[in-house]
Write a protein that binds this ligand. Sequence first.
Ligand code: 4AD
Ligand code: MG
Length: 432
Amino acid sequence: MANTVEVCDLKDHVGAEIEIAGWVETTRSHGKIGFVVVRDGTGVVQCVVPKKQVDEATWDAFSGLAQETSLGVTGEVRADDRAPGGYEITLTALDVLAEPVDEYPIQPKEHGVEFLLDHRHLWLRSSQQRAGLRVRDEVEKAIHDFFYDRDFVRIDTPILTGAIGESAGTLFETDYFGETAYLAQTGQLYVEAAAAAFRKVYCFGPTFRAEKSKTRRHLTEFWMVEPEVAFADSDDNMRLQEEFVSYLVHRALERCADELETLERDTAALEPVKPPFPRVSYDDAVTFLQEEGHEIEWGSDLGAPHEAAISEQYDRPVFVYNYPKEAKAFYMKENPDDPRTVLCDDLLAPEGYGEIIGGSQREDDYDRLRRRIREEQLPEDAYAWYLDLRKYGGFPHSGFGLGLERTVAWITGRRHIRELIPFPRMINRLYP
Ligand code: 4AD
Ligand code: MG
């Protein structure tokens, strides 16, 4: 296989005879001429089979090709504006590597989504799925580039942990040599420790929540990137978020134009995503929602319809900031101007995508944090190390978590976030 050319590099081989290796997407033939569309993972190319110019065995082999047969194709590369991708191969020889033993389950017709999810291991090969996951890959790379360029240190935080990161209601528990361990809901508490060592840090990895919700924006295993910055307050935090999100969107627009086209994404809706993003206080959000006829009382968290009603007002993501204490996690800093609220923000994506970021300034006062841990009836022992950060050189600090799948679903315009992770885990799905 060492001599095979990748389809994405065909432009460098026009006029030459080369070999590619891949899988059959489709075949068709009009008597004297046959076509086989081959996908090699880097691209898709149409190979033309002129009946008169190939030997009988090759024509027979072509005629017997089934969808998803793996094969090698030898032929000459031609530039052709009409061909998808701009290049074609005139086939001279064909080498079948493996024929499917059965008809390929995914046919070019509409399948139900449960069927497709049951065949996720094969569904990955479909063009829109490939496009979505390539955008995910670009966004992941952009995340690392953004923080690397700003001198953040990447900190890999543990997945097995003894401290509850977010809320006791959605924990996956496992036996840890006789103790209880939880799968991390967040890496935040650990990056807070690292912020005192490196000032600007981030973690990026899988996080786990036993969410009983079956919505299009909940997974039980999802990836989250969580920066944490020492000596940054809630306003600094929001500024970092709007720069970060704008950077990710424009990287995808610049480098994933083909994928976004495959996904039929209206990219005009992404162009305005630039700082500054609008900022709406929780108080104003509730007043607005009540005026619009929504049933919401001051004190409760915003639901999906509330978020949609707010974000509809803007052409870019919008911050809702300073929520009531009881609607948010224990570690958020009390707002000195209104102690019923905490210094935090949710970033709501446009077009109904809802919350993609949750962020806050952290409670840095030892006594107040300990009180909050007690109020929430969290096991204080497990947080001794976390309280130490307030004992030895407490410092104002802020950070946030961006959900990768929700962000990529918004950028790609896909309705369900389950398509933006290679193998989704949901309340009723552990297979494949
Ligand atoms: O708002 P959350 O719960 O915030 C935290 O976990 C903080 N510890 C982050 C921090 O300050 N370091 O979650 C952050 C983001 C959400 O805005 C959402 O994008 C995503 O994580 N998220 C989920 N994505 C998919 N499925 C789920 N079940 C999710 N839960 C949260
Ligand atoms: Mg949140």
